[in-house]
Design a protein around this ligand. Structure first.
Ligand SMILES: N[C@@H](CCC(=O)N[C@@H](CS)C(=O)NCC(=O)O)C(=O)O
Length: 337
């Protein structure tokens, strides 16, 4: 009996270390994390005028690099379209995909990929010109609707139109910049994508943002989160616990500014999160202070949200579903225990 237990434990330990050998070891040897992001989606991942990527997804890449290397700049960004994002991960071109990607049954079950904790709850929305007088989706009967290829939106647009007798005509784009140019150039009556992306598009790509309105209607759930490859449970765990750690930090009031001070706290939950007790990081092949390093890089979940997409950002989004569970939202961290 005793032997049986020891043997099982030993086998499990071997299994864990061989899985972790893959992605984390490759990243450590390379000295850089390779993060798949979008080609340009304001608020989530978008290069600034110097070519530096900025956004909520980018801040997750930075926090992850900081957790591994204690340096948020040790990231190489690979800009991916909706069409080529999953193949880039399958082929090993990137270590992790943080690219406003909706988690679905088929993406989880058929692509050889894992879906991590949701870092943004979104929904498919519509933007129209204010003077078009569109009040509800039925007003878009016969309308041309710009939509991006390879997205959940392409499918949902068709399903919703058929189910509700709205004969809109999809105009499908491979490149999002061409889609924006076409819509803002007046060729489509409406454009559909994640509501957050529409807010970003109006704020950054519209010739005159005040001329457009994002309708207060969504036709789907779009839970966005990170993707990793099957077969590397440790790496998938690291990506998952990074998110839980950033949400837990918000719950516990640990911020980018006070993380050093909080590391001296004797509150058990804070000590475990920040690696003062519990040895959590080393169980994943990381420094025990990995979450301290990650929080120092860009703050907790709430700080990342506010800076990139919140009320004071160009997107002006409310926390809504992305608020903490204690404040009516869906952000809920598993415990570091
Ligand atoms: N969340 C949806 C849509 C994601 C998506 O790719 N959206 C397009 C626009 S609707 C985008 O962000 N494109 C940015 C880019 O291609 O760089 C999905 O996972 O299918």
């Amino acid at each position: 009996m005793k032997w049986g237990v020891i043997t099982t434990a030993a086998l499990l330990a071997v299994g864990v270390s061989s899985a972790s050998a893959a992605t984390l070891d490759t990243i450590k040897q390379r000295g850089t994390l390779v993060c798949g992001v979008s080609t340009g989606f304001a608020g989530f991942s978008m290069p600034d005028s110097q070519g530096n990527f900025k956004g909520l997804d980018v801040d997750y890449c930075r926090a992850l690099a900081a957790g591994i290397f204690n340096d948020p700049n040790k990231v190489r960004y690979v800009a991916l379209t909706a069409q080529n994002r999953f193949t880039a991960l399958q082929s090993g071109e990137i270590d992790v995909l943080y690219r406003n990607s909706t988690e679905t049954f088929l993406r989880g079950a058929t692509l050889g990929l894992r879906q991590g904790p949701i870092n943004f709850y979104d929904g498919q929305g519509f933007v129209v010109k204010k003077d078009a007088g569109v009040k509800e989706l039925k007003d878009l009967k016969g309308a041309t609707v710009c939509v991006a290829q390879g997205t959940t939106h392409e499918v949902t647009l068709g399903d919703y139109g058929r189910a509700n007798g709205i004969d809109w005509k999809p105009l499908v784009f491979d490149r999002v910049d061409t889609m924006y140019q076409t819509f803002f150039g007046g060729r489509c009556d409406a454009m559909t994508q994640d509501a957050s992306a529409l807010a970003g598009a109006v704020a950054t790509a519209a010739p005159n943002p005040a001329d457009y309105v994002v309708l207060p209607i969504t036709i789907s759930k779009e839970p966005l989160g990170p993707f990793t490859r099957n077969g590397d449970e440790v790496w998938t765990d690291i990506v998952a616990w990074l998110h839980y750690g950033l949400v837990e930090a918000e719950e516990l009031g640990v911020t980018q500014a006070n993380v050093d001070e909080k590391a001296k706290s004797d509150a058990p939950a804070v000590q475990r999160l920040l690696g003062i007790s519990g040895d959590f990081g080393s169980r994943l092949g990381l420094d025990n202070k990995w979450m301290q390093q990650a929080i120092k890089a860009g703050g907790n979940y709430g700080e990342i949200f506010e800076r990139n997409v919140g009320k004071t950002s160009p997107l002006h989004l409310e926390r809504g579903l992305n608020g903490l569970w204690t404040k009516g939202g869906l952000m809920y961290a598993l415990q570091f225990k």
